[in-house]
Write a protein that binds this ligand. Structure first.
Ligand SMILES: [Zn+2]
Length: 196
């Protein structure tokens, strides 16, 4: 089932997610719905707050990034096969020299900005079977994880740009909250009152 994606301005995007336990009702169904919702919107990742749930869950599938022709074969193989569920993730460390990459977000349609992040992360998480992992990721995969991880911490990529750029996009963000944008997937806008 395709779920509406919560737009910029909704308070759920600003909350720190609660831990998920293995008793969480219909978790597998929720994960399936999140994948369907993400693929329908051509996203690389989707975090539970983006569908209105303030819990520490996000999913990632980086295979669309593998179509970039400037990548090496090794990078392409890595990106193509990377589909993962992260439950109760905690970033243990981030390392290396910050690099810029143009990020977008399904909750903030039609807007992209360069964001600086460190290239290597070590993260602890549970998979969908509640098996625990500690893994290190680099480059684009780390980048997508960092973006989704921020969502479960109540952080958006627009928080990480310069004050000058923040001023430039203020109007666009206000329009997104009000639903005054063209978007071809289902969304829920905080600035649009429900009709009674
Ligand atoms: Zn996002």
């Amino acid at each position: 089932m395709i779920l509406p994606i919560v737009a910029y301005g909704d308070t759920v995007l600003r909350k720190k997610g609660q831990e998920v336990n293995s008793e969480y009702p219909k978790l597998n169904e929720l994960i399936d719905n999140m994948y369907e919702t993400m693929y329908n919107a051509f996203g690389l990742g989707l975090a539970a707050p983006q569908i209105g749930l303030s819990i520490r869950l996000f999913i990632i599938d980086t295979s669309p990034l593998a179509e970039d022709e400037s990548l090496t074969n090794e990078e392409i193989n890595e990106l193509e096969g990377f589909k993962r569920v992260f439950i109760n993730a905690r970033v243990i460390e981030e390392q290396g020299e910050e690099w810029a990459f143009s990020e977008g977000c399904l909750s903030i349609p039609n807007l992209r900005e360069d964001v600086l992040r460190k290239p290597t992360i070590k993260i602890q998480y549970l998979d969908e079977k509640f098996e625990s992992h500690i893994e290190e990721f680099n480059g684009l995969i780390a980048r997508v994880i960092q973006h989704e991880y921020d969502h479960i911490e109540g952080i958006l990529f627009t928080d990480k740009i310069s004050n000058f750029k923040k001023r430039l996009i203020r109007g666009k963000l206000a329009n997104i909250s009000k639903g005054e944008i063209n978007v071809d997937y289902k969304m829920r806008f905080p600035g649009v009152k429900k009709r009674k």
